[in-house]
Design a protein around this ligand. Structure first.
Ligand SMILES: Cc1cc2nc3c(=O)[nH]c(=O)nc-3n(C[C@H](O)[C@H](O)[C@H](O)COP(=O)(O)OP(=O)(O)OC[C@H]3O[C@@H](n4cnc5c(N)ncnc54)[C@H](O)[C@@H]3O)c2cc1C
Length: 465
């Protein structure tokens, strides 16, 4: 099928496909629990970060309510590739990611359900010797953290992926890297949280926080007020909008990333792989998820102008990695018409968009299917079965903010996870639980402090979106 016909077919398939893959506002509400009057901690956001924080806070004896405006994992946390990746991580994220890998195994064993956790390994394939050297330069971080990454020669790569028809120069491979099925994993962890005593309210937007003498006293929701001294904002692409109304500015923006699921015969290699043009992984149903790892789309809005200066380093580093559009669709966090201020007794932008469900870039998805067919011709006809997209929230230096706000006592932020928050999510959740309860987190988190954007620090870019 030619690319434009395939693109059209994919576009038409998108609305129905979402029933099977990412969660959306057509998915049923699982938790319509009444709001408790008061709790120890309110968590805003039911993605992997919020759910993980809820589990570990509850295990520390805290009374927790998690508020989700739409559906658990309705946004990025069900739309991602499902990579649980240590390979190529920012050096400050890596030790946390090593812990996250252990936690994924532990959590998977603690549920009665499968989350599709598989240790399939991860490979980056180098297009030339310069890229090979770039991969090799990261190896000391793997060695320092006890991660089993190793460089692959061209011949070793051919042996690992015998069906591939490509002239790669070699690669880097981490056998212990894993994957899970995100649209299954995060809802399953939510059920684990509830079974252990966490309260989850879906379809319940947090409108804002109330404070007294600089200390949080309550969270106002669309369904009423919850008294609390502690709030964690884990709102993904909406965090900056929420925080801004509370008087806290973070330079967070989002990019659209598209994914296409295809059927195809099994290949020898069962892990994830990526080169500069395509990223793929085997799915639990035997097919493959495909994406263009180095291609993102950005909708310009007021926040983009506000934060532009902070993103200059990133833009200069990769001027062609992002495609720009003049405006986001209506209701997006940084759309031109989205209100920046609202009173806590009036409808907020969060209630107006229950699930941020961007249309995938159909042409890009079609070209990925073509490319995958060319790369692996022996897998037979590659048929696309669904396509979706997600808005990845990111920070100017491509690493998250995980910090407590100095000026608002009781306010903790965990956001800007970039394209790697799914894998690290459980460990971020465990860190948040320790942070909020005043315990030692076990890590130097200074790289992830909020003040780095205002204290004159030099921008140090993490590896990639
Ligand atoms: C296409 C794609 C591929 C990716 N691939 C990978 C990958 O392979 N590996 C990896 O590690 N990461 C990957 N990521 C990134 C990963 O998905 C995210 O970093 C991670 O899911 C972020 O989790 P989160 O909990 O911070 O945010 P989210 O999952 O976005 O959850 C935030 C939630 O907060 C809710 N919310 C926001 N505001 C409010 C409010 N005011 N009141 C109530 N609820 C609110 C939202 O509705 C949302 O459900 C990918 C992302 C995308 C889009």
């Amino acid at each position: 099928m030619n690319s434009s016909r395939q693109a059209k077919r994919l576009w038409n398939a998108c609305s129905t496909a979402l029933v099977d893959f990412p969660i959306s506002d057509v998915s049923p509400i699982e938790y319509s629990t009444a709001l408790p009057e008061s709790v120890d901690v309110v968590i805003v956001g039911g993605g992997i970060v919020g759910i993980s924080a809820a589990i570990y806070l509850n295990r520390l004896g805290q009374r927790v309510v998690l508020l989700e405006k739409g559906r658990i994992a309705g946004e990025q946390s069900s739309r991602n590739w499902g990579w649980i990746r240590q390979q190529g991580r920012d050096p400050d994220e890596l030790p946390i990611m090593v812990e996250a890998s252990h936690l994924w195994r532990e959590l998977s064993a603690q549920t009665d359900e499968t989350i599709g956790l598989v240790q399939g390994g991860l490979t980056y394939m180098a297009k030339d010797s310069a890229e090979f050297e770039k991969f090799a330069a990261w190896m000391p971080h793997a060695n320092e953290n006890g991660v089993d990454s190793r460089m692959l020669s061209r011949a070793e790569l051919e042996k690992l992926m015998p069906e591939a028809r490509c002239n790669w120069s070699g690669g880097i491979y981490t056998a212990s890297d894993m994957r899970a099925e995100p649209w299954v994993a995060v809802p399953t962890l939510a059920r684990l949280a509830v079974s252990e005593g966490v309260t989850i309210c879906e379809g319940c937007a947090a409108r804002g926080i109330e404070t007294s003498a600089g200390q949080i006293t309550a969270v106002m929701t669309e369904n009423g007020i919850v008294k609390t001294p502690q709030v964690i904002v884990a709102g993904g692409a909406w965090s900056s909008l929420f925080l801004r109304n509370a008087g806290v500015n973070i330079p967070q923006l989002s990019v659209r990333a598209s994914v296409v699921a295809v059927d195809g015969a099994p290949m020898t290699y069962q892990g994830g792989g990526a080169d500069s043009k395509i990223a793929f992984r085997t799915r639990a149903d035997g097919g493959y998820s495909l994406a263009a790892g180095e291609f993102h789309e950005f909708f310009i809005g007021p926040d983009a102008f506000r934060a532009f200066g902070k993103y200059l380093t990133q833009v200069k580093h990769d001027p062609f990695g992002t495609r720009y559009y003049p405006a986001a669709p209506k209701g997006y966090p940084d759309a031109w018409g989205t209100p920046r201020r609202w009173a806590l007794d009036e409808q907020s932008p969060f209630e107006r968009m229950r699930v941020l469900n961007p249309k995938p870039n159909a042409a890009k998805c079609a070209s990925l299917v073509d490319h995958f067919s060319t790369l692996f011709p022996d897998l037979g006809p590659i048929k696309s079965k669904a396509a979706w997209a997600g808005m990845i929230d990111t920070m100017p230096d491509l690493v998250p903010v995980v910090d407590q706000v100095d000026d608002v006592s009781g306010l903790t932020i965990a956001t800007g996870m970039s394209g790697h928050g799914f894998g690290i999510g459980p460990a971020i959740g465990r860190i948040l639980a320790k942070m909020v309860t005043g315990q030692d987190t076990g890590y130097d988190l200074s790289r992830f402090r909020l003040s780095r954007f205002s204290d004159g620090s030099k921008m140090v870019l993490g590896p990639a979106i």
